[in-house]
Design a protein around this ligand. Structure first.
Ligand SMILES: [Cu+2]
Length: 124
């Protein structure tokens, strides 16, 4: 009975899709829970000869809260950072490499810059 087999196959596919949807929702909920956790603490240190600073910045920043409510500076210049939905962080210098904390992002940016000045990002 090809028809019955086809229906069964469709039913199984629908069941799998539903299970995936449930799993996706659970993952999203977990990510949200993590996201609503307290903002990372401020930091201020010298790393590889550069001063890196980070601090929660609610409502501040040059592009209005897009930075996840947190601002990072390297030698006084703002490093554009963004918080991903899963709670990880990226910067304009390391756009495709997520880090666990803004401090890790700042350190990675310092390593990436290799002593070069951070040029302020102009947002139009
Ligand atoms: Cu941004």
């Amino acid at each position: 009975m090809p028809e019955l087999t086809r229906r069964r196959a469709l039913g199984a596919a629908a069941g799998a899709a539903a299970a995936l949807a449930v799993a996706g929702t659970a993952a999203a909920a977990a990510a949200r829970k993590e996201h609503t956790a307290a903002d990372p603490a401020s930091f201020d240190e010298v790393y590889k000869g550069r001063r890196i600073q980070g601090t929660p910045s609610h409502g501040g920043g040059h592009h209005g809260g897009h930075g996840g409510g947190y601002s990072v500076h390297i030698d006084g210049e703002e490093l554009h950072v963004m918080r991903n939905a899963d709670g990880t962080w990226i910067s304009v210098v390391n756009h495709y490499e997520p880090f666990a904390t803004p401090r890790a992002v700042a350190r990675a940016a310092v390593a990436e810059l290799q002593g070069a000045d951070l040029v302020p990002l102009v947002t139009v």
